[in-house]
Design a protein around this ligand. Structure first.
Ligand SMILES: O=C(O)C(=O)C[C@@H](O)[C@H](O)[C@H](O)COP(=O)(O)O
Length: 337
């Protein structure tokens, strides 16, 4: 299956094929020089499979985890590119989950002012959401994605076979971002989560197709793209505050969505889905402390912040509210409306 992200000179294909990693020559020029950026959380067999088909590729591997999506890792990867004499005609492949894609893409966007970037996402989270759209970034000083760029990949190659080596917590983590996509844009995707058996292929294709359309309409998040941030206002704050637990990104987004579902029946449905996915419940938090993190959200201004609410499944509302209103929401918790 092939989808196209139409962005004039930044357009690119998304390939979704089982065993795509076994046939990489169908998607990439095997004669080019590539830096394959990955992390040690990815089973080596996927890295070996890719490298074996690209004779001029070398691997840069960093320790896995959001805690390593930082400037230190960025520098380490940069140094390796320089050591290997990567030139402007060479390309970087991010092979891994959201952290690898975000960090690898940010390196690609800045090395020699930008080299070609290919994204091969290997987790549910990156296959349903983060690999498409060109948001590349690192965290800094506990603030999520605060240093980054919009830099579109040349292609996204999704091989769902890579999910076979993923642990169940990681699968659930990523599925929350697909649930988010359904909640804001298409109730049929929400219903997929209410079936007895989850059909990952259907969920991945539906989610990334919805995301693709939003990115096409608003590449640089001047307006509508901000709806993809549903759940992230408080979710990112919880993720930053509890980085040492750690909760996974999708788990925090699941928690964060519950604050902005005003219809009790829908909230009940979402809670049931999150429970089925084993998403942890919201920890006891200090509203003031979480508010201090919310104030650093990229969708915020000095007095106000844009938040997304889902009034009914498959729809959204963007609102500008004040920080005292966020405080009230945090003080009320998820069940008080
Ligand atoms: O692609 C987008 O736009 C998104 O908002 C997708 C989010 O799910 C993703 O977590 C993104 O990285 C968050 O963006 P940020 O601008 O809040 O850092």
């Amino acid at each position: 299956m092939q989808l196209q992200v139409q962005l004039e000179e930044h357009s690119y294909p998304i390939y979704i094929e089982h065993h795509a990693l076994d046939r990489i020559k169908n998607y990439l020029d095997p004669n080019r020089k590539y830096a394959i950026v990955t992390d040690d959380g990815l089973p080596k067999k996927w890295v070996d499979k890719l490298q074996a088909q690209l004779p001029n590729a070398f691997v840069i591997c960093f320790p896995h985890g959001e805690a390593n999506k930082n400037l230190e890792t960025y520098q380490t990867v940069m140094k390796k590119l320089i050591e290997h004499h990567m030139s402007r005609s060479d390309a970087l492949i991010a092979l891994g989950g959201g952290v690898v894609g975000d960090l690898g893409g940010f390196v690609a966007s800045t090395y020699m002012r930008g080299i070609d970037f290919y994204n091969i996402p290997t987790t549910v989270l990156s296959q349903v959401d983060s690999s498409v759209g060109g948001k590349v970034a690192v965290d800094f000083d506990t603030y999520k994605n605060i240093i980054g760029a919009f830099y579109q990949p040349k292609a996204v190659i999704i091989d769902p076979e890579t999910l076979t080596t993923l642990d169940p917590r990681q699968i659930s983590n990523g599925l929350v971002e697909a649930l988010k996509m359904g909640l804001i844009l298409d109730e049929r995707l929400v219903q997929e989560f209410e079936k007895d058996t989850l059909d990952l292929d259907t969920i991945i294709a539906a989610s990334i197709d919805l995301k693709r359309q939003i990115v096409q309409d608003d590449e640089k998040e001047q307006g509508k793209r901000a709806i993809l941030n549903f759940g992230h206002t408080i979710g990112h704050a919880l993720e930053s505050r509890y980085f040492d637990v750690p909760y996974y990104h999708g788990e925090c987004i699941g928690m964060g969505m519950l604050f902005f579902l005003n219809d009790p029946a829908l909230k009940h449905r979402v809670e049931a889905i999150l429970e089925k996915l084993n998403i942890p419940s919201i920890p006891d938090y200090d509203p003031e402390e979480i508010l201090s993190y919310v104030k650093h959200d990229k969708k915020g201004k000095s007095e106000t912040i844009n938040i997304i609410e889902v009034p009914k499944a498959g729809s959204w509302q963007m609102k500008t509210i004040t920080y005292p209103e966020i405080r009230q929401i945090l003080q009320g918790g998820i069940h008080e409306k």
